[in-house]
Each structure stands twice: as structure tokens, then as C-alpha cells.
Design a protein around this ligand. Sequence first.
Ligand code: NAP
Ligand code: GLV
Ligand code: GLV
Length: 326
Amino acid sequence: MSQAKVYVTRKLPASALDRIAAKHRLEVNPHDRVLTRAELEEAIQGIDGLLCLLTDTVDEKLLELNPDLKVIANYAVGYNNIDVPACTRRGIPVTNTPGVLDETTADFAWALLMAAARRVVEADRFTRAGKFQGWGPMLMLGEDIHGRTLGIVGLGRIGQEVARRAGGFDMKVLYHSRTRKTKEEEERLGVEYRSLPELLQESDFVSLHVPLTEKTRYLISRQELKLMKENAYLINTSRGPVVEEEALIEALRSREIAGAGLDVYEKEPEVSPGLKELDNVVLAPHIASASRATRTRMAEMAVENLLAGLEGREMENLINPEALKK
Ligand code: NAP
Ligand code: GLV
Ligand code: GLV
């Protein structure tokens, strides 16, 4: 294709956008916010390539507005915001950004875990409020991390990086995942397989790393939270709807579990008021992959995928190869 029309739904690191602009007609969302549905519906019309965010819902209705769309590059590894089967039916390849954000996201899962267990954010609020009256034997007691048991749900790219970091804390690492690893892989990673109920019963920290699918929606609900230990913590850097937020609020309020660290929410960007009232939860605004270096690498990757799709080259991170057979 000679010159294509490309729309990017949010300003990204400039070097990546310059690569598009050098060859194609580029339009970028001029606002410093997510596009409204009406704006997205207007933006998609007449373009060849769409570079979108996890906050843009790409569904059948949106696709109907542009029968000539040639490629969609998602600026995220998770792609539950896109109706991929609908894209496949229309022969539209979809790409994501796997791999480059694994370590950054795993670092942040650990940041939430440590902040929750050692009450870092609560302690900061306390200190700022002028409540620190001197060292106290019983002041802000939390839970140890070292030597405890970490349960990882979804042992994929990010889950494995979270597991690797547990080595530094002498933790026992359990995992539950769709596909069980081979014995050799389990040994290499230092992990033991458990059913989900077993993992929930045995772990002091449970960290979620599954994609959001129809199978993982509400994977952690009332019943699962009840299986967790009273002094256990739930960490979620996957997708909000993997956890039933109301059930989690109840479990935190009644101290059925000790605490939680959340980067994602069921109805993002809405955060349930019940969560904000609780001291035993650390709340972050979906920033697990937000390091300068990683966001730049994600932009470069999304742009390379988009350009490859437009120029008929192989797309390295193609999610739906079947789309090319259409
Ligand atoms: P990945 O490599 O595909 O790993 C996901 C793992 O979950 C795989 O091992 C997969 O099993 C397993 N899984 C899938 N469905 C399951 C089910 N029903 N029950 C149990 N396990 C299941 O993905 P990733 O790159 O690690 O990313 C994981 C997710 O993290 C993304 O989809 C995204 O939503 C989220 N994420 C969030 C942030 C953030 O900013 N908070 C940043 C990056 C990613 P198989 O081995 O059988 O495929
Ligand atoms: C972020 O949430 C991602 O899926 O990349
Ligand atoms: C604490 O600050 C200690 O010295 O034990």
C-alpha cells in the first residue's frame, strides 16, 4: 500500500508516531483523554489502520462503520477490549504488545504486594497526618513476605516473572493455570501446581495474571475469597472483572482476608466507593506497565505491528492469523 490513513486514539511517545507520519497520513486524538464513543465512531471511518488503547471498545458495531479497515494494533498485551472473532470474520488482523512489559508489570505486582502487606500507603497517610508519636511495639503491624507462600493464578509471561522475583524472598510458589507446565518447567521455575481451591487455601499472597475471557470473568468471587486465609492478601494487576468487586469489598470489610492490592477495577475508571473507604486495600490507577522505558517499547511495538500490517509484511504479534486467510 502506498500512503495509508492511520488513526491513533491517544498521544504516544513521539518517536513511534514519527515513524507512522514519515510514510502515511497520520491523525492522532488531539485531546489528553480517552475518546468518547462518538469520537471513536467518527475516527474509524475511512481509515486503513487503527492504533488503539485498552480503553477503546472495538466491537462489531464499530467495525460496521468501516468495511475497509485493514489492521488494528492494540497498545496493550490484553485485548479483551476488542471483539477479535468479529475482526477475524472481516479479515482484519489484530496485534498486541506481549513480552516487553512482563518485568515492569511483575515489578508492580510486587510493589502492590509489599505495600499491602507492610501497610506502606496507610503508613504514609498516617505520617503525613501528623499522627506519628514515636516508635511503638504495636504500631502498624503487618505480615511478613519472606518465607511465606505465594500463589500465582495464570502462569504466563507476567506470572512467571512474578514467580521468579519470589526467589529473593525465599517463598514457596504455587501456581494454577489453564495449561499445566511440564515437570522440568515446574522445576526450572521453582513452582508447584495446585487446583484453584487448593491454591487459595494454601497461599498467603494470591496474585492474578490471567487474561480476561468468558472463563476468567469473576474467577475470584465470594466462594473463592472464602477459601483464602484470614491473613492472606489478593493482588490484582490483570483485569478488574476477573474479581467480583462487591464480594472483595465484603471480604475486606469483614476481614475475611487481610488485604488487597489493586491496579484494575471492574468498571474502570470507576472505583467502587466501598473500596476507597477501606484502609486494608492499596489502590492504583492501572499503571502496572507504566515505566518510561516500557511504554516507549510498547509504542514502538504497536507501531511496527501496524506498519507491517499496512505494508503487507509479517506482523510479529498477530493475535488472529486466521484473519489473513479471508
Ligand atoms: P499470557 O502470557 O497469555 O499469560 C496468561 C496465562 O493465563 C497463561 O498461562 C494462560 O494459560 C492462563 N490462563 C488463561 N485462561 C485461564 C483460565 N481460564 N484459567 C487459568 N489460567 C488461564 O499473558 P500475559 O502477557 O502474562 O498477560 C496477562 C494479562 O495481564 C493480560 O491479558 C492483561 O489483561 C494483564 N495485564 C495488565 C497490565 C496492567 O497494566 N495492569 C499490564 C500487562 C498485562 P495458557 O498457558 O494455557 O495460555
Ligand atoms: C495493560 O493492561 C495491558 O494489557 O497491556
Ligand atoms: C528498630 O528501628 C530497631 O532498631 O529495632
